[in-house]
Structures are given as C-alpha cells and as structure tokens.
Design a binder for this molecule. Structure first.
Ligand code: IPM
Ligand code: MG
Length: 363
C-alpha cells in the first residue's frame, strides 16, 4: 500500500453513542496527523436515523457521493428504538448496509484481541483468553443479508409468510477467501472456514471453493468447521483459532461472540474493504441507545478503528502503531470506561478516555 499523506476522510457519526465516540476518535485522528505530519481533509455527513430525521432516508445521495469520493470512511453506529417500527427498506441499518453494498466493501476484518490489562474483564477465565488474538474475516455484501428474493406475502392458507434467500456465487466466495488466506499468510498461517455444509448447499459450495483456493496457499493450513461447533469452540477454547472466514450472517453472530472474549464489545474495531483497499471503519458494537448521551460509552473501539484506517487504507503504519500503543498505555495507566471496569473500580467518561489517548499520543 502506498502511503497517502493527503487523505480525504468522510466521518459519519450516525446515532446513539455514535456522535460521542466519533468525536473522540476524530480528536485522536487529528492528534496523530499532527504528530506524523499528515494533511487530512475531514468531512462529515449524515447516515442512519440522523439522516432519516433530516432528509427522510437513511442514506442520502449527498452522503453516498461523499463516501464514494473519500479515501476512507469512519462510521460511529446507526439505529435506535425510535426507528424500529419503520419499514425494513428505510430503517437506519439500511444506511449502513447500503454503504457496504454500494461501495462493494465485501471484506470485513474483525480482529478480537485481548489486551492483557483486561483479562479479568472477560466473562471467561483468564487462562482461556489470555493472549487471545483472532481475526474474523466476514463476507459483508452478500449471503442472506442481500439475497433475492426476499420479503413477506400472504400464502394460500391466508397466513403471512416471510422469506430470505441465502446465496453466494463463486466469485463472491473466492474473493473473500483470498482476503482471508492473505491475512492468514501474514499471521499464524492457519485459516478456519466456518460453514453449515452439513445442511446448506450454498455452504457446500463455500467449502469447496475454500478447498480449491487452498492449493494456491500451500503455506496456510486450512480447516473447516460447522458454525454451531465454531460458536461452541469460541467460548470453549478460543485460542485454537488464528483466522476465521465465514459468510455475512455467521460472521455477524460469531464476531459478537468473539467480542465478549476480549472483555467488552466496546474494544473491537473493524475494517470493511473493497477490492482496492478503500475502506469504511467502524466499531463492531451498535448505537447503544440505552447509554447514549450519558458520556459513558467506551470510545476505544472507534479509536482503534482509526488505527485500522491508517494501516489499511492510508498506508500509515507508524501512525496506526502509535494509536494502538497509546490505547495500550492508557489501559496500563488504569483508565477504564464502565464497560471494562472491574466491579468496584472507578470508571472514566468517554471524554476522559479520549483525553488520555490524545495526551499519550502527543507526549
Ligand atoms: C454489525 C451490525 C450490523 C450487521 C447491523 C447494524 C446491520 O450488527 O456490523 O455487525 O448486522 O451487519
Ligand atoms: Mg453485528
């Protein structure tokens, strides 16, 4: 990746805690840019519920145009109970799904890393999770999330019937497979492909394509696992995994599961990449409407998403390393937002956590 010192970045705060955490991530981005001598052009736009309120739809044309033009996108979170009753086609989530699909961001990287400082925040015993470092590669623009036909109709017994379609073609499977094999090659060289090939034809094809691809990656050890077993293994013995690759819906579920191993879903960043490395970066958690506006949300997943953005879309590894080190430092300093604080331990605010990361970066 060639270094981009003049990147344009679109910021989409979204809903719920989105604006609070993105504000902190933006401060960190500005601080690291100054430190590393990067000139960044930042722009903002509406997505999700915030866009519905302002424009009537979750993904305004203007937002999509800006997203297409930007080198990278940073997104907070979308959704909230006030929009839950809306028709599926205009819900806040459609803003996010529309961006993923319009920009062809098919390759979703969801690392689950346990910071040693947080071993006691995990719901699992420290010996099961200490040293955990997994990468989930989730296909993001296909599968049952996007498969046609879909909908609801009244069947010939006069009752309502809903349906979705789980489908993948070879091209879609092969390109996400390559992302995963390449990632595994740079890490522990083990790839576990997760499917339901004992029941679903589409995942029999998935498994076969993964096997075909493995011929091109003799240095990577490929294994296969059914998704139900994978969910169990993730909480039983998660360190057996290096890289996991799976379809859209299985990846959605398994990445939430993996998140809890690390202590809090508030710690996990993600990258959603197209074929050329352009990407959208977001925490894997949602908009957390129950704590929105209280100033207690953990901004670290979004801050770590900025690090991924610098690494994967802007070719700025040094800046990315600096952010990741700063996050580890503030954890060493004992700073904890409520989600990662041990029982009885004092928690800091969203802003205080952002302040600490910025201070550590500019020290
Ligand atoms: C995620 C989220 C989204 C998804 C929702 C908000 C549409 O859960 O990014 O994991 O299901 O992909
Ligand atoms: Mg999810």
């Amino acid at each position: 990746m060639t270094a981009n010192n003049n990147a344009s970045i679109l910021i989409l705060p979204g809903d719920g805690i989105g604006p609070e955490i993105v504000t902190q991530a933006e401060r960190v981005l500005n601080a690291v840019a100054e430190r590393e001598g990067l000139t960044l052009t930042l722009d903002h736009a509406l997505v999700g519920g915030a866009a519905i309120e302002a424009t009537g739809g979750p993904l305004p044309e203007d937002t999509l145009a800006k997203a297409r033009a930007a080198d990278a996108i940073l997104l907070g979170a979308v959704g909230g109970p006030q929009w839950d009753s809306l028709d599926m086609a205009v819900r806040p989530e459609k803003g996010l799904l529309g961006l993923r699909s319009e920009l062809a961001l098919f390759g979703n990287l969801r690392p689950a890393i346990l910071y040693p400082q947080l071993a006691s925040a995990s719901s699992l015993k420290p010996e099961i999770v200490s040293g955990l470092d997994i990468l989930i590669v989730r296909e993001l623009t296909g599968g049952i999330y996007f498969g046609q036909p879909r909908g609801e109709f009244v069947n010939d017994r006069g009752e309502r019937e809903g349906f979705n379609t789980y489908r993948y073609n070879e091209t879609e499977i092969r390109r996400i497979g390559r992302v995963a094999f390449e990632a595994a090659r740079k890490r522990g060289k083990r790839l576990c492909s997760v499917d339901k090939a004992n029941v679903l034809e589409v995942t029999v094809l998935w498994r076969n394509i993964m096997k075909e691809l493995s011929a091109e990656y003799p240095d990577v050890e490929l294994s296969h696992m059914y998704v139900d077993n994978a969910a169990m293994q993730l909480v039983r013995a998660p360190k057996q995994f290096d890289v996991m690759v799976t379809g859209n819906m299985f990846g959605d579920i398994l990445s939430d599961c993996a998140a809890m191993l690390t202590g809090s879903i508030g710690m996990l960043p993600s990258a959603s990449l197209d074929a050329d490395g352009k990407g959208m970066y977001e925490p894997i958690h949602g908009s957390a409407p129950d704590i929105a506006g209280k100033g207690i949300a953990n901004p670290l997943a979004t801050i770590l998403s900025v690090a991924m953005m610098l690494r994967y879309s802007l070719g700025q590894a040094a800046a990315a390393d600096a952010i990741e080190r700063a996050v580890s430092d503030v954890l060493d300093q004992g700073l904890r937002t409520a989600d990662i604080a041990a029982t009885g331990e004092a928690a800091v605010s969203t802003d205080a956590m952002g302040d600490a990361v910025v201070a550590t970066l500019t020290k």
